[in-house]
Design a protein around this ligand. Structure first.
Ligand SMILES: [Zn+2]
Length: 438
C-alpha cells in the first residue's frame, strides 16, 4: 500500500487514516493525549479503555469499528492525487482486551495487519475468527501480510493458553500455605486471572489502577485491592523480581508465577543460574512433522513438562498472548500471502518471518485482485450494503468537522478531502447485524 494512505499502530508518519490494533504501549508510541492529526479507528473495547491511558484525549477523534464488518474510506493516492477507496475489516486478534487485526482491500490489493495476535486454531473462538477471515478473503490471497513475529522461531513452542492456565492453577493448589504473586502487564492475562478465580473460588488482588481497568472491562466482583481478602496477587511485571520474592519470603512463604511465552530470565550474574542461554531453547518436546495434531482427544499431546521451575521461588509458565511458531505457520498457510513482513523490529531476537516462512509465500497461483474482479463483474464485487457498517461513533463532530461546516476547514487528513468532494467519507449504508457472521 502506498505511503501516506493508512497507518496502523504508527503515529509519527503523515497518513490520511490511522488505525490502532490495541492499547499496549509498544503500539502507541508517538500517540498522546494531545493527538489531533486525524480520527483513529479502533475496536469498541479499545475505545472504552482509551481515556484511561490517554486522559484528556479528544474522544470525538475515535472511530469505533466492529469486528466482522467491512468499512470504507475514500482517500487520495499521494503520488497521483487520484481518488481511491480503501475498505477494511477488523477481526479478533485474541491477544488482549480490545485487540483486533485489520484486513484492508483496495486498488493496492489485499493486506492484513495482524497486530499482536494469538492463533489457537483449535479453540472455539479461533474457529470463529478463522471463519470470519476466510469469509472476508473470499478465496483471495493476501498481497502483504504484516505479521506478529514476536515468537517467530521454532524454539518458541508452547501450549494453548487453556493448558498453561491449568498449569498455573496446579502450581497454586500445590502451594496451599504460600502467598502467590503473578506478574502481569497493565492490560492482558485477564482470562488467566478469571480462570484462577473461578476454579479456586477466590478473589485476586490487583493494584489500584489495574482495578479500574478491570472495572472498565466489566469485572466488578472478582478483583480487590485489599490484601487481607486473598493470598493471590497479580502484580505489575516490572515489580516481579527475585529481590522482591526474597524480601517477601522473609515475612511469609511466597512464590512467584510469570506467565509468558519467553521463559522468565534472571540476570547473568553468578553463572550457575545464568538463564540467558535458554532464551531460544525450547522447554518442550520439539513437535514432529505437521502441526495440525496439537490437540488429541482434547489434550495437548506433546510430552511437555508441566511447569518449568527456574528459581526456588519462581515458576515460569508458558502462557502467551502471542502466537507460537507452529501457530504462525498455520496462520500463514491459511492466508497464503504473496509477501510478508514482521511487525516487531526492535526485539533483540528479531527474526524476519520470511527466513522461516518465505517458502509459504508467493506461489504460482496468480492473485485475483479486487480491481480484476471489478472489471470482470462490472463492479459487482465492490462492497455491498449488507456488509457495510458506519464507523461514525456518534453525532459528535470533530474540530475539523466543525471547521469544515463553517467553511474554514482543516488542511490535513481525510477531512481535507471532505472539503473537496463528498468526503473521505466512511460510507454509510444500511446493514443488518447478521449479514456477515454466522
Ligand atoms: Zn500487545
Amino acid at each position: 500500500m502506498e505511503k501516506g494512505l493508512v497507518s496502523v499502530d504508527r503515529w509519527t508518519e503523515g497518513s490520511q487514516a490511522y488505525f490502532l490494533t490495541h492499547l499496549h504501549s509498544d503500539h502507541t508510541q508517538g500517540l498522546s493525549s494531545t493527538w489531533s492529526r486525524a480520527p483513529i479507528f479502533c475496536s469498541r473495547i479499545t475505545a472504552k479503555l482509551f481515556p484511561f491511558k490517554f486522559p484528556d484525549f479528544n474522544l470525538s477523534l475515535l472511530r469505533v469499528v466492529d469486528v466482522g464488518f467491512w468499512y470504507s474510506l475514500s482517500l487520495v493516492f499521494p503520488s497521483s492525487a487520484s481518488r481511491t477507496t480503501v475498505e477494511f475489516m477488523p477481526i479478533h486478534a485474541h491477544h488482549c482486551p480490545g485487540a483486533v487485526m485489520f484486513l484492508f482491500r483496495g486498488d493496492f490489493g489485499w493486506m492484513l495487519y495482524t497486530g499482536d495476535f494469538r492463533w489457537e486454531a483449535n479453540s472455539e473462538r479461533a474457529q470463529l475468527g478463522r471463519t470470519t477471515l476466510l469469509n472476508a478473503l473470499k478465496g483471495h490471497r493476501l498481497d502483504v501480510l504484516h505479521l506478529d513475529n514476536t515468537y517467530c522461531n521454532p524454539s518458541y513452542d508452547f501450549p494453548p493458553r487453556s493448558v498453561a492456565a491449568q498449569q498455573v492453577v496446579d502450581i497454586i493448589v500445590s502451594h496451599p500455605e504460600h502467598d502467590i504473586i503473578i506478574g502481569i502487564d497493565t492490560l492482558g492475562k485477564e482470562e488467566l486471572l478469571l480462570r484462577i478465580s473461578r476454579l479456586l473460588k477466590t478473589k485476586i488482588w490487583v493494584w489500584p489502577e489495574r482495578l479500574q481497568t478491570m472495572h472498565l472491562l466489566g469485572f466488578h466482583h472478582i478483583f480487590t485491592t485489599k490484601t487481607t481478602l486473598t493470598r493471590i496477587r497479580a502484580v505489575p511485571r516490572y515489580s516481579f523480581s527475585i529481590d522482591t520474592l526474597e524480601e517477601l519470603n522473609k515475612k511469609c512463604p511466597t512464590i512467584g508465577i510469570m506467565p509468558s511465552g519467553v521463559p522468565w530470565l534472571m540476570k547473568p550474574s553468578d553463572g550457575a543460574d545464568n538463564l540467558f542461554g535458554s532464551l531460544l531453547t525450547s522447554h518442550y518436546k520439539k513437535r514432529q512433522g505437521s502441526t495440525s495434531g496439537r490437540l488429541q482427544n482434547g489434550k495437548f499431546k506433546d510430552n511437555i513438562k508441566p511447569v518449568d521451575g527456574r528459581h526456588r521461588y519462581i515458576y515460569s509458565v508458558p502462557y502467551s498472548d502471542h502466537s507460537c511458531y507452529a501457530e504462525l505457520q498455520e496462520f500463514i498457510e491459511l492466508v497464503q500471502p504473496i509477501s510478508m513482513k514482521g511487525i516487531v523490529s526492535s526485539s533483540c531476537c528479531y527474526v524476519d518471518p520470511v527466513y522461516y516462512f518465505g517458502r509459504l509465500c508467493g506461489g504460482s497461483k496468480p492473485l485475483e485482485r479486487l480491481s480484476d474482479k471489478q472489471e470482470k463483474e462490472d463492479g459487482s464485487e465492490r462492497v455491498v450494503a449488507p456488509e457495510m457498517k458506519s464507523c461514525l461513533v456518534s453525532a459528535k463532530s470533530t474540530n475539523t468537522d466543525r471547521k469544515r461546516k463553517t467553511g474554514k476547514g482543516g488542511s490535513t487528513g481525510i477531512h481535507a478531502l471532505r472539503r473537496v468532494r463528498r468526503g473521505a467519507k466512511i460510507i454509510q449504508n444500511d446493514f443488518s447485524a447478521d449479514s456477515l457472521e454466522s
